[in-house]
Write a protein that binds this ligand. Structure first.
Ligand SMILES: Nc1nc2c(ncn2[C@@H]2O[C@H](COP(=O)(O)OP(=O)(O)OP(=O)(O)O)[C@@H](O)[C@H]2O)c(=O)[nH]1
Ligand SMILES: [Mg+2]
Length: 277
């Protein structure tokens, strides 16, 4: 159960006393991490929609060295903004957000892209799903699971790439993965602990799922609607698509070879068991 916080409390620092939901359970504190690089056309809508549709969730915009006034617009719209001193890329921006979520004791973190592709209306359903399934550490919003096939499903060439990674990931984790490149994902504390320590840098989404699996943390997909970006430009241009495919494929291979926690089947995840950075 998470606490729905009045809008006036958004972004305020919270006391050490654990707050209680009406059913007596300790309330969960959730943080939306909004990575943004030159998103002046979209960032105000993203923040306003979070305020309207996810009022109990705190928001931090991680401005990844933007030069177009993104952080000023975000601050005008009431968001807390962390400005990185220079462009770290999406992975560095997200790890900064997870680090902040870790240090400030958040229970849940959700990535909401600053380009407007992720719809804040889906956050309530993600929170419900996480609350309902304690065995799950991460929920990934999949644009391919919706019953009616509506919403933005990316270009044809990108969908081919997504299918290749879906097949690879499904084999690795042993269950069906449909949207491994989706950035719309929510983690509970176990995921925050892991990603505050270590998060892939370039095109991190697929590799982060392999990391979860290697640490015996469980991810599950839930249907969401995605939209086209509201403006600005994508990091995945036509020319960078080939690099994306090669880099992510190699990174997944290397991630599988990397030292991983030694645990026996049925043991608790070391990330869950050992709680500090
Ligand atoms: N382009 C870019 N985006 C970044 C960077 N750092 C953070 N971001 C943010 O990360 C989020 C995801 O980046 P996108 O370029 O939209 O990647 P994507 O959503 O996988 O690709 P599209 O579907 O084409 O939009 C956006 O909110 C960006 O503003 C960066 O260095 N470059
Ligand atoms: Mg995008």
């Amino acid at each position: 159960m998470w606490l729905v916080q009045p809008p006036t409390m958004r972004g305020m620092s919270l006391g050490a006393e654990p707050r209680r939901a009406s059913n007596g359970h300790a309330a969960q504190r959730a943080l939306a991490i909004v990575p943004a690089y030159n998103e002046r056309d979209a960032i105000s809508t993203v923040i306003d929609e979070l305020a309207s549709h996810a009022p109990g969730v705190d928001v931090v915009v991680i401005d990844d060295g933007s030069t177009d006034g993104t952080s000023a617009i975000a601050a005008e719209h009431g968001a807390r903004v962390v400005r990185l001193p220079f462009n770290l890329g999406i992975g560095g921006a997200m790890q900064a957000g997870y680090r902040l979520a870790h240090d400030e004791g958040y229970d849940i973190a959700v990535q909401v892209d600053g380009d407007g592709q992720h719809d804040a209306r889906d956050i309530a359903a993600l929170l419900e799903a996480l609350d309902a399934d304690p065995a799950v550490d991460m929920l990934v919003g999949s644009r391919f699971l919706g019953a009616d096939g509506s919403g933005f499903r990316s270009s044809r060439s990108r969908r081919i790439g997504i299918r290749i990674f879906s097949a690879l990931l499904s084999r690795i984790v042993g269950e069906r993965v449909t949207d491994p490149t989706s950035g719309f994902r929510m983690v509970r504390r176990s995921g925050i602990e892991l990603f505050a320590r270590d998060y892939p840098h370039d095109y991190p989404e697929v590799e982060a799922l392999v990391m979860m699996h290697a640490h015996r943390l469980r991810a599950r997909e839930v249907p969401v609607m995605m939209r086209e970006r509201l403006g600005g430009s994508s990091s995945i241009t036509a020319g960078r698509s080939a690099y994306y495919m090669a880099k992510v494929t190699m990174a997944v291979g290397i991630a599988l070879l990397r030292r991983r926690p030694i645990v026996e089947a049925g043991d608790e995840s070391p990330v869950r068991a050992q709680n500090s950075l």
